[in-house]
Design a protein around this ligand. Sequence first.
Ligand SMILES: *[C@@H]1O[C@H](CO)[C@@H](O)[C@H](O)[C@H]1NC(C)=O
Ligand SMILES: *[C@@H]1O[C@H](CO)[C@@H](O)[C@H](O)[C@H]1NC(C)=O
Ligand SMILES: *[C@@H]1O[C@H](CO)[C@@H](O)[C@H](O)[C@H]1NC(C)=O
Ligand SMILES: *[C@@H]1O[C@H](CO)[C@@H](O)[C@H](O)[C@H]1NC(C)=O
Ligand SMILES: *[C@@H]1O[C@H](CO)[C@@H](O)[C@H](O)[C@H]1NC(C)=O
Ligand SMILES: *[C@@H]1O[C@H](CO)[C@@H](O)[C@H](O)[C@H]1NC(C)=O
Length: 488
Amino acid sequence: MYSPYAASLLKAKDKHPVQFLIGGVIVPLVVTVGINGKVSSVKKYGTSEFDNSTGAYELVLSLVDNFDLAWRTMHVKTDVFCSGSLIHPDRAARQLNVGGWSLESTYGIRLYAADGSPGVNGTNDWEEELARTELELASQRGRWHPSALLMSNRSVLVVGGEVGSNGAPEPTLEILLTPTGGPTYKFLDYLNRTDPNNLYLFLHMLTSGRVFIGYCNEARIPDPVTLDTYQVLPNIPGSVTSFVAGRTYPMEATAVLFRQYPPYTDPVTVLICGGSNFGIAFDNCLSIQPEVEHPEWVIERMPSKRVITCIVTLPDRTFLIANGAQAGVAGFGLGSDSNYQALLYDPSQPVHQRISLLNTTIVALMYHSELTLLPDGRALVYGSDPQTPGYPEEMRIELYYLPYVTDGRTQPNFTVEENDWDHGGTYTAISVGLYEGTTDTMRVSMLTATSSTHGNNMGSRTIFPEFTCNGNTFTVTAPPNSYVSPLG
Ligand SMILES: *[C@@H]1O[C@H](CO)[C@@H](O)[C@H](O)[C@H]1NC(C)=O
Ligand SMILES: *[C@@H]1O[C@H](CO)[C@@H](O)[C@H](O)[C@H]1NC(C)=O
Ligand SMILES: *[C@@H]1O[C@H](CO)[C@@H](O)[C@H](O)[C@H]1NC(C)=O
Ligand SMILES: *[C@@H]1O[C@H](CO)[C@@H](O)[C@H](O)[C@H]1NC(C)=O
Ligand SMILES: *[C@@H]1O[C@H](CO)[C@@H](O)[C@H](O)[C@H]1NC(C)=O
Ligand SMILES: *[C@@H]1O[C@H](CO)[C@@H](O)[C@H](O)[C@H]1NC(C)=O
């Protein structure tokens, strides 16, 4: 059942669109909204000025008025700094976290089956095997700053990173877990060549079942079966004055996918915003349709420079762009001049007219900050630990009311009884309650459940599925296959 527990909080008309939600307990490294409607976050060890945390917490949104009750303390066994994350499409929608800081933590695979619900305490915690055996739940290669993606064929792909913090490159990819007769990791010369500017590289599934990989200032598409390069895409341009530059950590930009809709024959578009030319931040976004015949990057200007970008995909097909620095790169002490100007990117508008100014965010949020969409359509603006003089470790959490709320609209409510969907199946929502409009003018969107780290949600996508209405019910036809939309 979809629970509009916070609909009553959506009275933004009289309030400023950006507000503080609650004080935090950690600077989160990975932020995930679980199927329990709660926000889990994990943090790094060691480099915080506050040595008072277990490293993992869950924010119960329905209890934000009571700081002590709102934060549930959880536990991780090894250092998640800096790992990759996703939500596994099993029935428990387990949160999966892979990689870490050094030694055994870089092989770590951690799982959390989010339980409880708004008003009902969860009891599960992060699980991780430490006594490693031959059939260990571990990655094949140790990785710091890897990216992880759920592929169309349900396997988890893990790519890149370094062997430990600022260590030698780990220019390989692997599928979890080690198969019998393994290991089966694969060396990638293009990652070896572009180290160390290809960390937290961009991964998205294209509708052919192939993976888009964006790294440093390059992009390519591996074959889905052999994982050898199938197609090299044009290099990612820098700016009109500089071609060589980067978009992945430490030049940290964010990559997202444009919406998809029936009949799902339009090519998928990848959008990348921000980045840096070795310290000079970019004021542009780039987009490409990787699977058209002659793919080309389209450059659009942003109103300000931004590196350490965060982007969150919104349910109305737009994107909120916020956080980050106007100079430098990602990493401790390496970014400066916080960018408070939030932007809205609307892919339905013509090129060069897609970006508009939104209200500024309140506090400086740079390295290790995230944006997270809440189930009620607001966004959490969260975290920052830049270790740049003048920019403290930031525990406060802001709430961003997007234009679809500040316009004066109220979130509709509905109930879906069947939560276990198959590709191509039809599913009915009952008791639809609309505060304005009618079901005839309604739109329905579905968003992938994802985890955000370093401003990126690997594998995030938005589907506007086909649906029909009848009175106060509507029936959605799920996306046809795992190429259009992987599970999750
Ligand atoms: C910011 O919010 C205020 C309302 O508090 C509004 O009047 C103003 O137009 C907003 N600015 C932008 C750029 O959206
Ligand atoms: C750790 O200390 C900081 C600073 O006093 C505080 O803001 C934060 O809530 C504390 N975290 C925990 C888990 O108690
Ligand atoms: C839920 O957990 C809080 C502590 O975080 C506790 O105070 C409360 O009694 C628990 N509620 C139930 C119903 O167990
Ligand atoms: C990886 O790159 C390093 C540094 O350029 C080079 O010395 C090494 O030979 C490369 N490894 C392979 C297997 O190509
Ligand atoms: C998915 O594809 C990868 C790459 O070919 C392969 O290694 C993996 O075994 C496949 N997974 C499944 C479940 O078929
Ligand atoms: C659902 O929305 C309708 C408005 O159409 C409202 O009257 C009703 O109270 C809402 N129900 C819940 C459970 O919020």
